[in-house]
Design a protein around this ligand. Structure first.
Ligand SMILES: NC(=O)c1ccc[n+]([C@@H]2O[C@H](COP(=O)([O-])OP(=O)(O)OC[C@H]3O[C@@H](n4cnc5c(N)ncnc54)[C@H](O)[C@@H]3O)[C@@H](O)[C@H]2O)c1
Ligand SMILES: [Zn+2]
Ligand SMILES: [Zn+2]
Length: 402
């Protein structure tokens, strides 16, 4: 079968590989009908979330049809349509039963302390071969898969594999409540869904911060109040707009590949920190493979952490869903402590967050496909990665058909 394989930083290839087969009785095999490219995948190729294992199939978002189940899988049968949760979970350990499915005690083959197990990730997450392929092996299938009703299309469901639940979870981490003012950093695919989620969870005003106008236009379409950090200082803009108070809640939908402003009033301040940011990049990305404008790591890993703390009100709440490498050591803990902040973070508990969102989509209340901008065949997946990585104009969410 065809699959997108990680060979090294800056080196991904569409290879012919063996079809997957059932290894454990808790496995299922899924024929992938839709997969997608995520900002998380970019970290692995830029080198900011390391180390990856050569030969790992990338991708952690998929919708498909079950073709085989292991002997221990009782709830599904071949022919069932399913959405795959990006993170795997057993459904019976204490963490899973508490809804903390991203920290399942059994899923990660590296043991209960190894943290989140997700498809197509670094060695520490398994590694488990990913979903940008024609077929995929799904460990812990009884809990990792969710059945799809007929009235949800593949294109709708693919957004429920990872990014809509992640953004919803981000708004929950930030404790968004009715009437809240919320700042969302990052207007990529996850940021767009974070705006949706903040409003649906009761926010009265949502500020969206990014450096890319075309993405901010989509945020404006959702009636977010948009701030381009290359033209305005986001801290000053949010403070002015909240009459000096700051927002109640912040959602960080950027993560380790954050960039610092290259122009505008915030550029000088960030420029002064260039050396410290440079040290952070060296910490998280010991190996990179920049090719022209592609695979360039963000140049300011802690920029959004700083802005989040500066723009949230005293006693405010921050939810971090942007992915940070375990090797990043810097966070402005002192400033956060002295403002009595609550900071929550993590990988999305997909399996427990997704079902109510399925209902929202199935009932026609919200159609997530508005954020899909590209539909590509798997034969074009490498080119699609290059365009998405360069944040080419008009590229937001790319859905891929194997
Ligand atoms: N926690 C989870 O379970 C989970 C799941 C999915 C994705 N993620 C993470 O969410 C993040 C966003 O994913 P995506 O697919 O939207 O990626 P993306 O790369 O398309 O979006 C990131 C956006 O952040 C913007 N940005 C860069 N520097 C910034 C700054 N200083 N301030 C504000 N915006 C800035 C970029 O211009 C871009 O639009 C990634 O870190 C991804 O790994 C986490
Ligand atoms: Zn993802
Ligand atoms: Zn579990």
């Amino acid at each position: 079968m065809k699959a997108l394989v990680w060979h090294g930083e800056g080196d991904i290839r569409l290879d012919n590989v063996d079809d997957p087969s059932i290894i454990d009785p808790t496995d299922a095999i899924v024929r992938v009908t839709r997969t997608a490219i995520c900002g998380t995948d970019l970290h692995f190729i830029r080198g900011t979330m390391a180390p990856m294992k050569e030969g790992t199939i990338l991708g952690h978002e998929a919708v498909g049809e079950i073709t085989a189940v292991g002997d221990a899988v009782r709830r599904f049968a071949p022919g069932d349509r399913v959405v795959v949760s990006s993170t795997m979970s057993c459904g019976v350990c204490w963490q899973c039963r508490a809804g903390h499915t991203a920290q399942c005690d059994n899923a990660n083959p590296n043991g209960p302390q190894a943290g989140t197990c997700f498809f197509g990730g670094p060695g520490s997450t398994g590694p488990v071969d990913g979903l940008q392929a024609e077929y995929a092996r799904i460990p812990w299938a009884s809990n990792t898969l969710t059945a799809l009703p007929d009235n949800i299309s593949d294109e709708q469901a693919i957004l429920l594999s990872d990014i809509f639940p992640t953004a919803w979870f981000g708004a929950q981490l930030a404790g968004v409540q009715r009437g809240d003012t919320v700042a969302v950093y990052g207007a990529g695919p996850v940021g767009q869904f974070a705006i949706v989620s903040a409003f649906r969870q009761g926010a009265s005003r949502v500020f969206a911060v990014d450096g890319i106008d075309t993405r901010l236009v989509l945020a404006l379409d959702q009636n977010a109040e948009v701030i381009n950090f290359n033209r305005e200082d986001p801290v000053q803009a949010i403070m002015e707009a909240t009459l000096g108070i700051g927002v109640d809640a912040v959602i960080d939908a950027v993560g380790v590949d954050a960039q610092r402003p290259r122009s505008g009033p915030a550029a000088a301040d960030s420029e002064q920190q260039a050396d410290e940011f440079g040290q952070e990049v060296a910490q998280v990305a010991p190996k990179t493979n920049i090719q022209g404008e592609n695979w360039v790591p963000g140049n300011a890993p802690s920029q959004v952490s700083q802005w989040s703390i500066e723009t949230v009100r005293k006693y405010g709440r921050i939810g971090i869903i942007g992915v940070y490498s375990p090797d990043l050591m810097s966070y402005p803990i002192g400033q956060a402590m002295n403002k009595n902040l609550t900071i929550r973070m993590g990988n999305c508990d997909h399996r427990s967050v997704t079902p109510p969102l399925l209902d929202l989509v199935a009932s026609g209340v919200f159609d997530p496909t508005r954020f899909i901008t590209q539909h590509e065949p798997i034969t074009d997946i490498v080119d699609a990665y290059l365009s998405f990585d360069r944040r080419e104009e008009g590229w937001l969410k790319t859905v891929v058909a194997p």
